[in-house]
Design a protein around this ligand. Structure first.
Ligand SMILES: [Mn+2]
Length: 321
């Protein structure tokens, strides 16, 4: 945290002077953005602050176990109120969070941007972006340690959830020495790591695995680019009755492949959008740059992009139309 000491203290001071605080998670929330939001929510409420937590999309059912998750609102009326401070967590940009337009109605606030995405352009008034951190929750853990505050069991559970989900259970390349130290401390503070892993990573259902089956059957290696790709269409989602979360886990799972350095999963989303999800285990590849070529972003080892179009597949040839 040393090099971030000044920012850490500036954030502490700004929060201590604030009364009304809005914390924003990114849309299509994952365990990291929710855990980060809720750990801060609990901490700031304990300080007697007026805290509102927001996410554009509802909290997925599997995250209902997170302490205080019922406090996350998705009503746009949240933006009709006045805030001294707005904190975005795990959000590479306001558009990525899905709140760029909603926020235009707000004035006179200090924006604190806490994140770990390599593509983050430091859009806040205060920016704590640590790209070497496994997760946004790891950044917040470091903040709490820096401020020497006590981490309660419910804060620990929220922080641990983000670390577990963003590292796929402490195995993917985002896993580092700091996150393992932090996780072991969080166990001491009352987080049940195996239970959180079981709930967040271990709960698959038949419909979602059927979708995976289709994606597995279509795996293609492109030797020239050291790439393996696959795809899922809107038809697949409908026929398998799978939900969006099914595709999320797919690219993380395909990390197990030894055949190529880069994994690409293309997903047809509603409204003629194709989403690409890139993964690598190689240190010499920066996928945030590759995704950037398609207008996307993310981390060195996990990134994504969106393109207009639909997927067309015949005679073993995939095309974007
Ligand atoms: Mn994250």
């Amino acid at each position: 945290m040393h090099e971030h000491q000044t920012t850490s203290q500036a954030i502490k001071k700004t929060l201590s002077l604030a009364q009304n605080i809005l914390i924003i998670s990114h849309q299509k929330p994952d365990g990291d953005t929710l855990g980060a939001n809720l750990a801060l929510n609990i901490f700031l409420k304990n300080l007697g602050k007026n805290v509102t937590s927001f996410c554009l999309d509802p909290v997925p059912e599997i995250f209902n176990f997170l302490p205080n998750s019922e406090n996350i609102q998705n009503n746009h009326l949240v933006f009709a109120h006045k805030y001294d401070v707005i904190i975005t967590v795990d959000s590479g940009s306001l558009a990525y969070a899905g709140v760029d337009k909603l926020m235009t109605s707000l004035k006179d606030y200090t924006l604190i941007n806490i994140d770990h995405h390599a593509s983050n352009p430091l859009y806040g008034d205060l920016n704590l972006v640590i790209t070497s951190a496994s997760s946004c929750t790891e950044v917040i853990y470091r903040l709490f340690k820096d401020w020497q505050i006590n981490i309660s069991a419910s804060m620990a559970t929220n922080l641990a959830c983000g670390m577990i989900t963003d590292t796929s259970g402490f195995v993917n390349p985002a896993t580092n020495y700091h996150v393992l130290l932090a996780a072991s401390d969080l166990i001491k503070q009352g987080a049940n790591l195996s239970q959180i892993s079981q709930i967040t990573l271990g709960s698959k259902n038949v419909n979602n695995l059927k979708l995976w089956g289709r994606a597995f059957a279509r795996l293609q290696a492109v030797k020239k680019y050291n790439l393996v790709y696959t795809f899922v269409t809107q038809e697949d989602f409908l026929e398998c009755q799978a939900d969006d979360a099914a595709a999320e886990g797919l690219s993380n799972f395909l990390h197990v492949l030894q055949d190529a350095k880069i994994i690409l999963v293309l997903k047809e989303a509603p409204n003629n959008i194709i989403k690409g999800s890139l993964r690598t285990s190689s240190d010499d590849i920066d996928l945030s740059k590759l995704a950037g070529l398609f207008g996307g972003g993310g981390h060195k080892k996990a990134s994504g992009f969106a393109l207009p179009g639909k997927l067309s597949y015949d005679n073993n040839k995939l095309r974007i139309v």
